[in-house]
Unconditional design. Structure first.
Length: 222
């Protein structure tokens, strides 16, 4: 049954392994994060879902929640912050990544997939990815700069983000929290999938960051 669950997830989400965004919406955004009473808008949300299943239990080992003012893609392979992601060159200046592991900190994810009405604890472990300075776990950043484009996808130029530029926050000993208020995966038209989510993030310097997103959802198989 567990294997069947993962196969269902994969079969549904394969069709949404692409960009889904709300950045063309002209109304005032309430989607974003707040730091010291300053609001930073992030109009787009993505979930990347692990396919490796290292413990062979038929469920993902982790889920990455991304919130950004730009767009992201995994078309180009392992080339950016958080492993296999690239970010739109001219529109990305803010980025949130919350990595939720299916482990003892989130025991429900060892028996079932993410669900509405649940609060999960994101990772607060600082590790590096394929290159020094590329974090593989949770972070929040703004005033970011995307490097020179190395590829184009659907007419949009993409590259990776340097963690040596901009303002970055990393979690302290207390892991960030992710609360899914509602989630809808549209089986007939996956690009119409939506999510309503709140998150909190206590940074290493004691800064408390809160965020919210409600809108369409892009899903990428990791």
């Amino acid at each position: 049954m567990k294997k069947l669950k993962l196969l269902i997830i994969v079969s549904i989400l394969t069709f949404t392994n692409c960009d889904n965004n709300d950045d063309a919406v002209t109304t005032v955004s309430t989607d974003g994060f707040t730091i010291n009473a300053t609001f930073y808008d992030t109009e787009n949300a993505y979930i990347t879902i692990d396919q490796i299943d290292s413990n062979n239990d038929g469920l993902p080992d982790y889920y990455n929640f991304f919130f950004t003012d730009g767009r992201m893609t995994d078309t180009f392979g392992d080339v950016g912050v958080g492993h296999a992601y690239a970010y739109s060159l001219n529109t990305t200046s803010k980025l949130v990544k919350l990595k939720v592991l299916a482990d003892t900190s989130n025991p429900s994810l060892t028996t079932s997939a993410i669900a509405a009405g649940q609060t999960y604890v994101a990772s607060s472990i600082l590790t590096n990815g394929f290159s020094s300075g590329f974090s593989t776990d949770s972070f929040i950043g703004y005033n970011l700069q995307v490097n020179a484009a190395f590829g184009t996808d659907n007419g949009i130029d993409y590259s990776h983000i340097s963690e040596n530029l901009g303002t970055w926050y990393y979690p302290g000993t207390m892991g960030p929290t992710v609360t899914i208020n509602a989630i809808n995966i549209d089986y007939s038209a996956p690009t119409n999938s939506t999510i309503d989510i709140d998150y909190t993030f206590l940074a290493t310097d004691g800064t408390l960051i809160s965020g919210h997103y409600e809108g369409t959802l892009g899903i990428i198989l990791d």
